[in-house]
Ligand binder design. Structure first.
Ligand code: TXA
Ligand code: MG
Length: 383
């Protein structure tokens, strides 16, 4: 199949250019398109054959449900059997945006979308290209991230093509995604937002909103109840609340190590120790340079260089491929560059990647979640 790339303006996409991809979506074909989080692989959500094709093209495990994308939250009414007042308020506050809400599923939504669960995940992207395409198409779109299962999510059209070229008829190219990691997935059945996948709608934003909505005391009671019922659910035989979290994800081909510390100096020191260990333990063939990927802020890179006095084994034996994600160590800035960086390290053939760990600050939880899982960690390490 020939994959056509339809390039549009990121802010004011020309609707004439989007007419063909919209028509293809209505016919049940698949179209990759940008959202503010990552690129999605869209298809008609209420068409079971189309949804099956999404799973096949991605090589996605059948028990990992898809998110349904809508141009506005009010359209969710047709897809669920009921939305609580608090859920309506959450939707009004965080949609459109990088936020997904899991609701009770209406039977109109095919089983395959939700991997057989009795819930359905709803998201309204804010990205102007996604909005224009959804409005033109006029139907709910199931859209997982547009990568092959297990690979880093694509944040530019080229990365979509790397995984899906020849498998889908259209990729809508609307430039780089503004956020760079996927939406926050939340379930709020017990009047408290439980995070199933952290994102840039942060735990703090959700807690503040809930405290404002119910008052501090009742919000706290709700949290205790909701957390208890979530623990109950994970102990029981019921399917996991967030099936996506159990798979290896975002994985570059290279091994990934996270260097950590409270400030740039401490992280630079940890990086040095890890590089030295790597050089002493893993001996390459004679004469083969070791290509090491480094994902770092310039502040921490400066601290790292400052700590190297004179020529050392580090500078002599390493050929580092350095990607500086920002001047300062900030988790949202790092999150914005992470997936694209993992793919570039793979393209140059890095043997191992060292990435800067940053848990403090807005977006720290979401960034560390992706980083740990790219390093091969499971969901249990996410907390
Ligand atoms: O930002 C995003 O959410 C992107 C863009 C394209 O919208 N989409 C995305 O989709 O990340 P995907 O399929 O790669 O991840 C969907 C996540 C998975 O972790 C999945 O398990 C969870 O949402 N999910 C979907 N439906 C669910 C449901 N009914 N209950 C619990 N979790 C659900
Ligand atoms: Mg995904």
């Amino acid at each position: 199949m020939l994959t056509r790339i339809v390039k549009v303006d990121a802010q004011e996409p020309d609707l004439r250019l989007l007419a063909e991809p919209a028509e293809a979506l209505r016919r049940g074909e698949l179209v990759a398109f940008p959202t503010e989080t990552v690129y999605g692989l869209g298809g008609a959500a209420l068409n079971a054959a189309t949804v099956a094709r999404i799973f096949a093209v991605k090589d996605r495990p059948a028990d990992n449900p898809l998110i349904i994308h809508l141009s506005e939250p009010s359209l969710a009414i047709d897809l669920t059997t009921g939305i609580s007042e608090f859920e309506v308020a959450l939707m009004a506050r965080f949609m459109p945006g990088p936020f997904t809400l899991v609701l009770p599923r209406h039977e109109r939504v095919p089983d395959i979308v939700s991997a057989g669960q009795d819930t359905v995940a709803i998201r309204c992207p804010e990205n102007p290209v996604a909005q224009a395409l959804m409005r033109l198409t006029g139907i709910p779109l199931a859209a997982p991230s547009a990568n092959r299962s297990g690979r880093p999510s694509p944040t530019v059209a080229r990365d979509v093509a790397e995984d899906l070229d020849g498998k889908i008829p259209y990729i809508v190219d609307g430039g780089a995604c503004q956020i760079g990691i996927e939406s926050t997935v939340v379930i709020a059945r017990d009047d408290y937002p439980i995070i199933l996948r952290p994102g840039l709608v942060t735990r703090e934003m959700l807690a503040d909103f809930t405290a404002e909505y119910f008052g501090v005391e009742r919000a706290e009671q709700n949290r205790e109840c909701a957390e208890a019922s979530q623990r109950e659910q994970s102990r029981s035989q019921a399917p996991p609340l967030s099936p996506g979290q159990k798979y290896r994800h975002y994985a570059p081909r290279a091994r990934l190590e996270i260097f950590t510390g409270d400030d740039s100096g401490a992280r630079a020191k940890d990086l040095r120790a890890r590089l030295e260990r790597y050089l002493s333990v893993e001996s390459p063939q004679e004469g083969v340079e070791r290509l090491v990927g480094l994902f770092i802020s310039s502040a921490t890179l400066e601290a790292f260089k400052g700590g190297l006095s004179g020529p050392t084994a580090l500078s002599a034996e390493l050929r580092p491929e350095v990607i500086v994600y920002a001047a300062e160590p900030d988790p949202s800035a790092a999150a914005h560059e992470l997936f694209a960086a993992l793919r570039s390290f793979d393209r140059v053939g890095a043997a191992v990647i060292f990435a800067e760990g940053l848990s403090a600050g807005s977006g720290g939880e979401a960034y560390m979640n992706r980083l740990r899982r790219a390093a091969g960690g499971g969901a249990e390490e996410d907390e």
